[in-house]
Design a binder for this molecule. Structure first.
Ligand code: ADP
Ligand code: MG
Length: 236
């Protein structure tokens, strides 16, 4: 059994009197520990797909099962990382990570400490979000999501707002987290290089306006190579 089973997912939006068919009959299985990257042009439905898996949107037809259970709403099984980190500015880093869990609980405190090491934020426990760079803030949101031990981590263009240098660092950090925690990932990006470099499998969504979404998925070769040449070679 796959960890995540998306079956015939179909979603359209009403656009005036017209129906905008965004996702049509998408069937996709994700195994435990896979790092799926999802790529496609702007507006092709990547965020729509991710929100459905997250349970943030339940108005679709088809079925989404996570670990054998139907996804009926957002929950701790699906960690979600947005492009812009959504931190509480009035809370310290460690409190942002802990959220509604109490740091007075030694187990919580220990886990937060371990995760802060994992995302390389040791020493920033008492810092406030405004003192952090964009990359650091995004690492806080990743730590916060991981604390809840999600079955799958959903990332919607998480490094899209970062400069190239920081993005590269964040890619390495995320790969380390993946190796360490073995969390299954679905990572949406419109950057081909990023998709090829990070993924163990890439899902390519292609859509022309007014046409039905086509989706193919391809297993990616190892070792990872950080160059658009990897994609060229891969296609040959
Ligand atoms: P992507 O993330 O790939 O850029 P989205 O999933 O955000 O694309 O959007 C897919 C299509 O659905 C776009 O044409 C967008 O305009 C449309 N869309 C997304 N959300 C809504 C909404 N809430 N209401 C109407 N149309 C929407
Ligand atoms: Mg999007």
């Amino acid at each position: 059994m796959s960890l995540l089973e998306i079956t015939q997912l179909t979603k359209s939006f009403e656009k005036g009197k017209e129906e905008l068919n965004v996702l049509k009959d998408i069937t996709l299985h994700v195994k435990q520990g896979e790092f799926i990257t999802v790529i496609g042009p702007s507006g092709c439905g990547k965020s729509t797909l991710l929100k459905a898996v997250a349970g943030l949107d339940t108005e679709y037809s088809g079925e989404i099962k996570l670990d054998g259970n139907m996804v009926t709403g957002a929950g701790i099984n699906q960690g979600f990382i947005f492009q812009e980190p959504r931190l509480f500015p009035w809370l310290t880093v460690e409190k942002n990570i802990a959220g509604n869990l109490s740091l007075k609980n030694t187990e919580v405190k220990e886990s937060v400490k371990k995760l802060m090491e994992l995302v390389r934020l040791e020493g920033f426990e008492k810092a406030y979000p405004k003192e952090l760079s964009g990359g650091m803030a995004q690492r806080v949101s990743i730590a916060r999501a991981l604390l809840r031990k999600p079955k799958v981590l959903l990332l919607d263009e998480p490094f899209g707002a970062l400069d190239a240098f920081t993005r590269s660092h964040m890619q390495e950090a995320l790969l380390e987290i993946w190796k360490e925690e073995k969390t299954s990932m679905i990572f949406v990006t419109h950057d081909i290089d990023e998709a090829i470099y990070l993924g163990s499998k890439v899902v390519i969504m292609s859509a022309r306006p007014g046409t039905v979404q086509k989706v193919i998925s391809i297993d990616l070769p190892f070792p990872r190579r950080k160059s658009s040449r990897a994609f060229q070679e891969f296609r040959q």
